[in-house]
Ligand binder design. Structure first.
Ligand code: FE2
Ligand code: FE2
Length: 198
């Protein structure tokens, strides 16, 4: 079967659309986080947004290989989430949910189809991408839980806090409101996330 005649071809186009939209939504989130002073959280989300860009790039690369000529148009029907409002906490939960759906309900089934249609390399791409989305889900969920439970900068045991701005470090249950060395606000303190092995 030629890629251009396959279901996998359409799945690649849908995946490209999903990734580009996810990236944009995460840029929205990042913007809100920076605006509200959550600098290190914004940096984590920014790195996830960049990873979505690279997922989109990989899907696009395979689409381009489907035809020697430029692809004029690909008609796809698909549902995409538009539920995010400008609320950081809600958006973290929505992002975790979307990553879960993308990994388990879209990419893993798409990998199965690609394998059945004889596109082993694309099946592997969908599977490897699904694994990353599971990791993204874990990061968003952890950020959501810490923000909701007010434990982003406050723990029940002593930990080493570090200012991402100047590198100042100190042990304590709670991070400083203002960095004693550089004066940066609390949102500049590096976050402690098990999902990122920090
Ligand atoms: Fe992605
Ligand atoms: Fe993701």
């Amino acid at each position: 079967m030629k890629l251009i005649d396959s279901q996998t071809y359409l799945n690649l186009a849908k995946a490209f659309s999903a990734e580009t939209q996810a990236r944009t939504r995460y840029e929205f989130m990042e913007y809100g986080m920076r605006y509200n002073g959550y600098k290190t959280m914004a940096e984590i989300v920014d790195s996830i947004a960049y990873q979505e860009f690279n997922h989109a790039r990989m899907f696009y690369t395979f689409l381009q290989k489907a035809s020697d000529k430029p692809i004029k148009n690909i008609d796809i029907a698909g549902g995409f989430p538009f539920k995010e409002k400008w609320d950081i906490l809600e958006n973290l939960k929505f992002a975790a949910d979307d990553e879960h759906v993308e990994a388990y309900e879209i990419y893993l089934p798409a990998a199965k189809v690609a394998r059945e249609e004889g596109f082993e390399d694309i099946a592997n791409l969908f599977e490897l991408t699904a694994k990353v989305e599971m990791q993204h889900e874990a990061v968003f969920l952890e950020l959501y839980n810490q923000m909701k439970n007010n434990t982003l900068y406050k723990k029940d045991h002593e930990v080493m806090w570090m200012c991402s701005g100047c590198g100042h470090m100190a042990m304590g249950k709670e991070a400083w409101e203002t960095c004693p060395l550089c004066g940066a606000k609390q949102g500049t303190v590096c976050l402690k996330l098990d999902s990122l092995n920090q």
